[in-house]
Design a binder for this molecule. Structure first.
Ligand code: DX5
Ligand code: ZN
Length: 222
């Protein structure tokens, strides 16, 4: 199946003192989505931001807001994140008991529904959820912080999930998050990823336009 890559810069690595202009850089670089990492200090050992910050920057760009909830009881927050501007919401399988119910709730709210798996969480059982998902986010680092190195053992997991999705023919995007950069992007895309989240590699880059162009040129199937 023909695939093209999408790039989702994560504002976790942006300069928080000027978030508006940082978000505008994502559009001018030709990237595709804005990735927003929400952390609660419980599900992950870090705290970031919530709906007020997201609604404050929503007006800065027409790009889709891809909200990654690294929080306990994410379902209690869906409505507030949708109101603040989330177009896509991903919650962690490890944080809920009734994933199918919550995926369905998101779709009923007209929000793209995503489920995320920590590095150690297997793909078993995911086949039952794929019909209810718009995206599966595979963590390629332990969630909580930007700037970590990709855990190489997750690369075969990406390929395995690609195989499952292609076999079942559901239009589910595979998103990968953590340690993605210009050096490994093509390999990760070839393993089966559709959406590359990029925090430090994007915001530390001195030439974001060339970075995105380079990745989009190499990450394409014929
Ligand atoms: C980590 C977050 C990531 C983070 C990625 O828990 O989910 O989205 O921003 O940052 P990099 O690309 O620097 O690994
Ligand atoms: Zn993320």
């Amino acid at each position: 199946m023909k695939r093209t890559v999408k790039i989702a810069p994560s504002i976790l690595s942006a300069d928080f003192s000027m978030l508006g202009s940082e978000v505008r850089k994502i559009l001018s670089s030709n990237a595709d989505w804005v990735h927003l990492d929400v952390m609660d200090g419980h599900f992950v050992p870090n705290l970031t931001f919530g709906p007020p910050v997201i609604s404050a920057i929503k007006s800065q760009t027409p790009l889709p807001f891809d909200v990654h909830l690294m929080i306990e009881r994410p379902e209690e927050w869906f409505e507030k994140f949708k109101t603040s501007g989330a177009d896509r919401i991903t919650f962690h399988l490890e944080a809920v008991r009734h994933a199918q119910r919550h995926l369905t709730q998101l779709r009923e709210m007209k929000v793209a529904a995503g489920i995320s798996l920590n590095p150690q969480t297997g793909l078993d059982g995911l086949e039952y959820l794929l019909p209810f998902c718009d995206q599966v986010l595979l963590m390629t680092v332990n969630p909580g912080f930007g700037g970590q190195s990709l855990i190489e053992t997750i690369v075969p997991k990406i390929s395995k999930l690609r195989g499952m999705i292609d076999l079942m023919k559901f239009p589910v995007l595979i998103e990968v998050d953590g340690g993605i950069d210009a050096n490994n992007a093509q390999r990760i895309f070839n393993a089966g990823a559709d959406v590359l989240v990029m925090g430090s590699a994007f915001f530390n880059s001195k030439d974001q336009i060339s970075l995105v162009k380079g990745i989009k040129t190499t990450c394409i199937t014929l």
